[in-house]
Ligand binder design. Sequence first.
Ligand code: NOJ
Ligand code: MG
Length: 529
Amino acid sequence: MQTSPRPDRSWWSDAVCYQVYIRSFADSDADGVGDLGGILSRLGYLELLGVDALWITPCYRSPMVDHGYDITDPRDIDPMFGDLASFDALVAASHEHGIRVILDLVPNHTSNQHGWFRAALGAAPGSPERSRYHFRYGRGADGSQPPNNWPSQFGGPAWTRIVEPHGRPGQWYLHLFAPAQPDLNWEHPEVRADLEKTLRFWLDRGVDGFRIDVAHGIAKPDGLPDGEPGGFALTEGGSGPDARFDHDQVHEVHRMIRSVTDEYRDRVLIGEIWVSDDDRFGRYLRPDELHLGFNFRLTTAPFDAAEIRAAIEHSLAAVAAVGAPPTWTLSNHDVARPVTRFGGGPNGSARARALALVELGLPGVVFVYNGEELGLPSAELPDEALRDPVWERSGRTRRGRDAHRIPLPWEGGPPGYGFTDAGPSWLPIPNDWVGLTVEAQLEDTASTLSLYRHALQLRRSHPGFVGGSLEWYGAPAGCCAYRRTGTTFVCALNTSAEPVPLPPGEVLLCSGRLTDDGRLPPGTAVWLA
Ligand code: NOJ
Ligand code: MG
């Protein structure tokens, strides 16, 4: 039998992947929550936008404590989102539109309503049922102190004490996130076998890959030792070593995931990897592990040319040694939207548009979080509207991530904006988003949506977007500029307070308007060739 030679470049190596936060994309059944039918109904929009793939956040059976990242059955669709038939229909239709579908895999934890965890609660300490999770006795004479000093990412300790079947307080279980998300014990063969089953279940249904939740946190260190006090990164983007994350045993898990996935053609694995050391980051992308890793440096860089350049250089360096494509992310459902990070208002919008051009000109894979292409800001919500478990877990000291998860405004106005026919949506859409709807932006050539469409179209068709490397140009203070190696394509960014002259070349696209004398104004980026 003849096999075709392995193609040098895979479909994902320079893909634009659009993140659908399913609850907030489009609602087809008027319950105020987005769903699979909603995505299906908007495939035409996604095709028009010009994306290559969708990453859909978890749509499996879930009590929705963490909005789907707490799963009771990873091989079924939650009725809130549809069913297996609507899932299959979505995959088929997406493929017809030339769009691939990537699912979100959550191997680190289950829901506390999962059959395994319920069985563990009903069984005795030391039982096989308990061994699928991390149960331990507490510290102190009466065991009333948590087994170690790890905090939960959502606030409070990473341990919750249970009431034993005999009715008295007993062991504690580990949860790096909410108490409703107990961490699985990845030393357990059944945990591993179950994920293999889940992988095959969706791969057989034709999905094109997986985004892997907490890819850096799945393996726990032997003995679950205390971490350095103060050595825990509680906000996304925290840096430095953290006792809870990035243990060497985790790579064994990724090798298993890769080996199963390799039985299928053209499927991609993307890890959520909050690891700031470039070398340690790269280890997740060795040839027998994940294909891609989310590099979050651009989500934490301030609007400063030197910092943005450093973020890009680190992201390139992190993957260079292992030969994986770089990836670029300006935001996702866990972090503040760029418009807001950069100060909000017209300035924040201009800067977010500029950074979008910087990002979309780079070699590698770009992730666009739904609503980024509309220039949506994070929204201020009243206390009573907050739904993220972070709010209560932190004793109402951290507002959580709801502000970045507001449903998309498609057309018209409040309350539903074409997102839903229900009255209000699960998180309210601000009254003043009428000018930000898809409808309002589609025909407006100056809109952020038009900027994204134009940029994606050039990225696909212009000869400057080839190759994997870039060179930095000399640039005035507060500015940076790169050229894609071997081409005339240049992207220049001005984060200074003064207009600056353009590098040589013809303008392909500008995030704002050049000054009357043809210079690049503050808070603006330009593509030239
Ligand atoms: C990362 C996900 O992006 C986030 O939304 C979730 O809360 C945690 N992992 C826990 O699953
Ligand atoms: Mg719905």
